[in-house]
Design a protein. Structure first.
Length: 237
């Protein structure tokens, strides 16, 4: 690690780290007299769904999760969610590029099929599997996702999602409804991905730590840096 000015505050921008590895990085910085702007506890809360879900539960698909990869805990979570279609992931990511075999469950009441999907997702995630299974109630979205960037509970940048960099967000996207929920998470730098549900309601798809959130190719790095450095209002990218 290069020398860093003692007494300064650091923001990490780079590869997605596990919560434990980020904690080790924050500790190393502290030993060199540098404070991580996002603490290890805050990073875990942003990076893993069980950390941010309680504050955003009213505006995101209903979710339940396990504390490991075992079937008994999976079946407990499945029964808690109920019946109908669901989307599967772990605490950090899904296997959405293998949608039918490892992400989408047409009816979680079908225990054996649901477990086959879970087992395949666990296999595909392999050593990257984090925490446990997360089952999310399926909601039908009709738009490309929008990625919003937040600093200290204030939205400073609105842009496309990295998966669809040319799909510009609608003009004048009203985020006043979302600000209290993001503020309740009480994290210094996060992204919140949104999508329009079939009934015309914007919903939160994901919250992530802004330090490891990818930027779409259509948004210049300088825009992210400027927003992080202290933009006073949301900028449409």
């Amino acid at each position: 690690m290069p020398s860093l000015p003692v007494g300064e505050t650091a923001v990490y921008r780079g590869w997605m780290l596990t919560s434990d590895r980020y904690g080790a990085l924050a500790q190393l910085l502290a030993e060199r007299g540098v404070t991580a702007r996002t603490s290890a506890e805050q990073y875990r809360r942003a990076h893993e769904l069980p950390g941010w879900y309680p504050a955003l539960a009213p505006v995101t698909p209903r979710s339940v999760w396990t504390t490991g990869p075992g079937r008994a805990d999976f079946d407990r979570a499945r029964l808690e969610l109920g019946a109908g279609p669901a989307v599967l992931r772990d605490y950090v990511k899904s296997a959405k590029h293998h949608w039918d075999e490892a992400a989408f469950i047409p009816d979680i009441a079908d225990a054996d099929h649901a477990w086959r999907v879970a087992s395949r997702m666990r296999e595909l995630r392999d050593d990257d599997f984090v925490g446990g299974f997360v089952l999310r109630e399926f909601e039908s979205f009709t738009s490309a996702e929008v990625r919003t960037w937040w600093v200290e509970g204030r939205c400073v940048l609105v842009g496309p999602h990295p998966d669809t960099p040319e799909a510009r967000p609608p003009g004048r996207l009203d985020l006043d409804w979302l600000a209290p929920f993001v503020g309740a998470v009480a994290l210094p730098f996060v992204t919140v991905d949104l999508a329009l549900r079939a009934d015309g309601v914007w919903r939160v798809v994901e919250l992530g730590d802004g330090q490891v959130s990818d930027r779409p190719a259509s948004v210049a790095p300088a825009e992210i840096i400027a927003a992080l450095a202290g933009g006073e209002a949301a900028v449409q990218a």
